[in-house]
Ligand binder design. Structure first.
Ligand SMILES: Cc1ncc(COP(=O)(O)O)c(C=O)c1O
Length: 491
């Protein structure tokens, strides 16, 4: 649980205190919690601060409002399985060899008969596709023959302007000139990594880490150095400093907000410290913020780039997790590496398709993006909650699940005997895809972990898939124990 020193605002502190009372069992499921008026008196906060705290707890699925009666602890809130702990991977920098397994997971995602719990993707019915298509037709008509030309880096000016405007929400004040448009976030990460490092270099990554953040260095013949990462607050800065003292690290490749697969979100102070450490050592930070807009609580977390005074942070993101994965519109704000990134973009893909950029720019300008985001954030927060509970219900005793404050994935630790690769195979035979833990680690640890996608609208089909997964996992758990590869605490 987050300590109250790690939360910034009074309402968050009040919410934390009530969360503790719920976890301790002082406030029990089904019980009425103190009224807003009473809590405001007790805590010495205004009524609106107390109310904000209750809304936050409601968003997190811990309490519910009952008409004309007040707020109650949700009946199932104690059913959530416990949280996994930080894991310490091996110290050595590793050559990554995940390409084939990752390709198989992505291949399964193309098959509509397979229940898509394996890739971090959003149900098409949750995306505003009809509206986007209408905008696409309208911008194409207006642009006429101009829409059918090369669009070299840095990309369509109006889109870069719209992204720069939104940067105020993340604590930055970018200008359109700071932004380079890319083909999705993957392209942005690829270009940034090539701009700052080359074959044989060592790249620090979080452990666990989204598999594409491992396969990009793999493809570029770089080595990955895994740094232990807390399931709530992101990469361990002490361990990072030890790693940087030991090895020559060329760059860090981190997800600071709603990390995939952990869902962790680095508190602001920690982001600031991270940037200070890396600035002092002259090490660039490639920051993947693709889930930043998908917070389940009440406020958008800042990015590490907000604390970057020297241009060492290369911020990367895209609209794939919010608007339009199929149109491949992403971007980077690469700080002092902008010229290299722009050059690499032009020599690798000669810019981007123009119409999707125009479509996204117009949606940002006129399409009610913030209103739309509020809706999907709520849906994802609920889907994460309901999936966590289903895992608690169907998976073997001893299973642990993360508590993401945003994003669309859950990281599930099963008992040590459950081999996630075996579970992955058995699930595929039953037309269910999951992402097995070893693909989230260069050293292929996390053998008893899986990542579960919650971006798909909850349905009987999803619940049944989780039931089957849980049953298979229970069978594997009942087999004889096998040794774990990674230890939970440092000896
Ligand atoms: C953390 C993270 N970064 C990047 C990507 C890829 O984004 P895009 O589809 O925009 O290339 C994903 C997709 O799952 C992701 O989870």
């Amino acid at each position: 649980m987050k300590s109250s020193s790690a939360v910034e605002y009074r309402y968050e502190q009040v919410a934390e205190r009530i969360t503790q009372l719920i976890h301790l069992g002082t406030l029990r499921p089904g019980e009425r919690i103190p009224s807003v008026r009473r809590i405001s008196r007790q805590e010495g906060v205004s009524i609106s601060t107390a109310l904000q705290a209750y809304f936050l707890l409601e968003d997190r699925g811990l309490i519910e409002a009952r008409p004309q009666s007040g707020f109650y602890v949700r009946l199932q809130s104690r059913r959530l399985p416990p949280e996994p702990q930080i894991i310490y991977p091996p110290h050595a920098a590793t050559e990554v060899g995940l390409g084939d397994l990752v390709s198989n997971i992505l291949k399964a995602a193309r098959n509509p008969d397979i229940v898509p719990l394996g890739v971090a993707a959003i149900s098409p019915e949750l995306l505003p596709t009809t509206k986007l298509h209408r905008i696409l037709a309208s911008v194409a008509r207006r642009a006429g023959i101009q829409a059918n030309r090369y669009d070299f880096a840095p990309g369509y000016p109006e889109l870069r302007y719209q992204i720069a405007r939104r940067s105020l929400d993340w604590g930055c004040s970018l200008s359109a000139d700071d932004v380079v448009v890319t083909a999705g976030c993957t392209d942005a990460l690829n270009l940034c990594l090539r701009a700052v490092a080359g074959p044989g270099d060592v790249i620090a990554v979080e452990s666990p880490s989204y598999f594409v953040l491992l396969t990009i260095p793999e493809a570029l013949q770089m080595k990955a150095l895994e740094v232990p990462t807390y399931p709530r607050e992101g990469v361990c800065l002490d361990e990072l400093q030890i790693a940087l003292d030991r090895r020559k690290v060329k760059a860090c490749l981190f997800m600071t907000n709603f990390h995939n697969p952990l869902g962790s979100c680095m508190p602001d102070e920690k982001k600031k410290k991270l940037v200070e450490i890396l600035t002092q050592r002259g090490i660039p930070l490639i920051e993947d913020d693709i889930y930043g807009d998908l917070y389940h609580g009440t406020s958008r977390p800042r990015v590490a780039k907000a604390f970057d005074k020297k241009g060492i942070v290369l911020l990367c993101s895209s609209f794939s997790k919010t608007l339009a994965p199929g149109h491949r519109v992403g971007w980077t704000a690469p700080g002092r590496f902008r010229a290299q990134v722009e050059r690499l973009k032009n020599i690798s893909t000669v810019g981007n398709a123009l119409l999707p950029q125009m479509m996204v720019a117009e949606f940002l300008q006129t399409g009610g993006y913030d209103h739309y985001l509020r809706g999907i954030r709520k849906a994802f927060g609920q889907q994460v909650q309901v999936t966590s509970r289903a895992i608690g219900k169907y998976f073997p005793e001893g299973t642990k699940v993360t508590r993401p404050g945003g994003g669309i994935v859950l990281w599930v630790e099963m008992p040590a005997q459950v081999d996630a690769l075996e579970l992955y195979q058995k699930a595929l035979e039953k037309n269910i895809s999951v992402a097995p833990g070893p693909v989230f680690s260069a050293s292929q640890g996390y053998r008893n972990f899986i990542r579960v996608n919650c971006g798909v609208r909850w349905s009987d089909r999803i619940e049944e898939a989780l039931f089957i997964l849980g049953r298979e996992a229970t069978e594997l758990a009942n087999k004889t124990a096998s040794p774990r590869r990674m230890k939970v605490t440092r000896s």
